[in-house]
Design a protein. Structure first.
Length: 236
């Protein structure tokens, strides 16, 4: 999904596990003139549903960075939510190595690289796995009770959570130089707020964090305020 002027500042959004680019559709109305909204569509969902999922964060980032580098030169702010935070971080490293470091990296609802605690959730039996995800609020109620949709979504969700669970930052990676901003939902049951300061280690360009109302999916609440805050990061 792309809206706005692709030659201006680009806000590139990376969705959560099982999510698609449409998760950021509500952000379009909050984008000011001259700023484009781009949402990453991972394989296996949306208009890429027929493609096999990719269960490797680095491989996902490599594909995104390659697509961004095909575009005319421009400035980027990367925003990643949950799994997307790790993909956005790896994408930022690849762009940096190509001489195109983003203006800012914004991460949401995600522990710092390599700190995921529940690394076995993707191995749970189908019923247990699905019940756990529904309890976290990541599955729409209308979908939660639909057996056919469940069977379609389970492989994608397992793939994404496997990618998250097996991800490890590369040893010896140089820190970024762009600012990093971390967003946390105050009622998020998955992310320990006390560990979020660890994101500061991924950059020499300054780290800030903020707490927002809501849980793990706080990004759906007051998106205009969130977009405005994200855009401010790119002006520093």
């Amino acid at each position: 999904m792309t809206t706005g002027d692709p030659l201006g500042l680009r806000v590139v959004c990376f969705p959560h596990s099982g999510g698609s680019g449409i998760a950021f559709g509500g952000w379009a109305a909050a984008m000011p003139p001259g700023v484009s909204l781009m949402a990453v569509q991972y394989p296996g969902r949306g208009d890429r549903f027929g493609e096999p999922p990719v269960d490797d964060v680095a491989a996902m980032a490599d594909r995104v960075a390659a697509e961004l580098r095909k575009m005319p030169p421009g400035e980027h702010i990367l925003f990643g939510h949950s799994l997307g935070a790790l993909v956005a971080y790896e994408t930022a490293l690849l762009l940096r190595d190509a001489g195109e470091e983003p203006r800012a990296l914004c991460v949401s609802a995600a522990l710092p690289p390599g700190r995921m605690t529940d690394r076995d959730i993707h191995r749970a039996p189908d019923d247990e796995f699905w019940t756990t995800l529904c309890a976290l609020g990541g599955i729409e109620p209308a979908i939660a009770g639909n057996a056919e949709l469940r069977d379609l979504l389970l492989p994608v969700l397992r793939s994404d959570l496997r990618a998250h669970a097996t991800y490890r930052p590369r040893p010896g990676t140089r820190p970024l130089t762009c600012p990093v901003r971390c967003y946390h939902g105050e009622d998020d049951p998955l992310v320990d707020q006390g560990q979020l300061a660890g994101w500061a280690a991924v950059t020499t360009g300054g780290f800030t964090g903020t707490v927002r109302p809501g849980g793990h999916f706080h990004v759906t609440a007051d998106s205009a305020q969130l977009v405005a805050d994200v855009l401010r990061q790119g002006r520093k």
